[in-house]
Design a protein around this ligand. Structure first.
Ligand code: PRT
Ligand code: ZN
Length: 283
């Protein structure tokens, strides 16, 4: 049995649960319970605040955890990043009032900067030879300049909308983050084996994201040309149709190319096109 810590509520909670669910690990208890068991897979889920996840994993209260890379980097706990999960993407940036001119990091010399990520910021200023005053605040960092608490902020940005609303502009992107799977450094072999099974399941889900399963009816003499348009994972599956001279081609395609490929296949004479969703792709 291993224990995974995930965020109890907040931006990473839903996608963490969704990833577990798509990996066949439906959490069978209500979110409000601190600990929940996962179907027939030997996994227990512990719900925590994101700030506490790196520490809980380092201490062995949980064996693994899903948390933002920003929290892992800020907390500097003794944990390993096992796998990047591709959701919760954001960056941690320096932002200043939009009316200010900006020519580089020396702008921050002697300035007061509000943040919830003092360790990351200290590191950045040290690397850039800047001596600034770092104000650690827990929340609503973006309002600090307008109420006179700080000259600038160092905070999470995703769309940038919050900065605009608060009359700020992003001047340095310091740290890129996304949700990651972390693990403690001293897991025994049995637990390591469970973690690697879990990562394989996550990878199968990730591979299927953005992919579609295509079924088309195609004149047999067009198979070669159609295979060049949609080569699939190894090659398309071709099945005969009852009608002579026709076949059914099955193939996996990336969703971003779907429409252009459909047009080209139709021009070749393809018809009866079905586009289906995919759940998992195992290598
Ligand atoms: O209660 P708990 O302590 O667990 O949660 P929390 O309030 O500390 O964190 P939460 O739920 O806000 O965020 C959890 C994690 O989600 C962060 O540590 C990041 O790794 C990730 N993440 C991804 C984000 C964002 N995107 C994001 N946009 N976290 C916060 N934001 C904030 C940002 O600070 C800004 O104020 O959302 C606001 C909107 O951003 P814009 O740029 O889209 O306007
Ligand atoms: Zn938090």
């Amino acid at each position: 049995m291993i224990r995974i810590a995930i965020q109890a509520k907040g931006r990473l909670n839903e996608e963490s649960i969704e990833l577990l669910r798509e990996s066949g690990l439906s959490v069978d208890e209500s979110k409000r319970k601190l600990l929940a068991k996962c179907g027939d897979f030997p996994l227990e889920v512990l719900y925590l605040r994101d700030d506490d996840i790196p520490g809980a994993v380092a201490m062995g209260v949980a064996d693994i955890g899903i948390v933002g890379l920003n929290e892992v980097a800020e907390k500097r706990e003794n944990v390993s990043v096992v796998h990047k999960l591709g959701f919760g993407k954001c960056r941690i940036s320096l932002a200043i009032p939009k009316s200010e001119g900006y020519e580089g990091p020396s702008y921050f010399q002697g300035k007061r900067v509000a943040t919830s990520y003092p360790a990351l910021l200290e590191n950045y200023f040290a690397e850039n030879g800047v001596k600034a005053i770092i104000h650690k605040i827990a929340g609503s960092v973006e309002v600090a300049p307008s109420v006179g608490m700080a000259d600038a902020i160092f905070d999470i940005v995703s769309s940038g909308g919050t900065l605009v609303v608060n009359g700020l502009k992003e001047v340095e992107r310091v740290f890129e983050s996304e949700a990651v799977l972390i693990s403690g450094k001293n897991l025994d072999n049995t637990k390591m084996e469970i973690v690697s099974q879990l990562v394989s399941r996550f990878e199968a889900v990730e591979r299927s994201r953005g992919m579609k399963y295509l079924l088309i009816n195609l004149p047999e003499n067009k198979i070669e040309e159609a295979s060049r348009i949609t080569p699939g994972l190894r090659s398309p599956t071709i099945l005969p149709l009852a009608q002579q001279g026709w076949c059914s081609m099955h193939v996996v395609v990336e969703e971003k190319d779907l429409w252009s490929k459909l047009e080209r296949l139709k021009n070749l004479g393809a018809e009866g096109i079905l586009v289906l969703s995919l759940d998992k792709i195992m290598p």
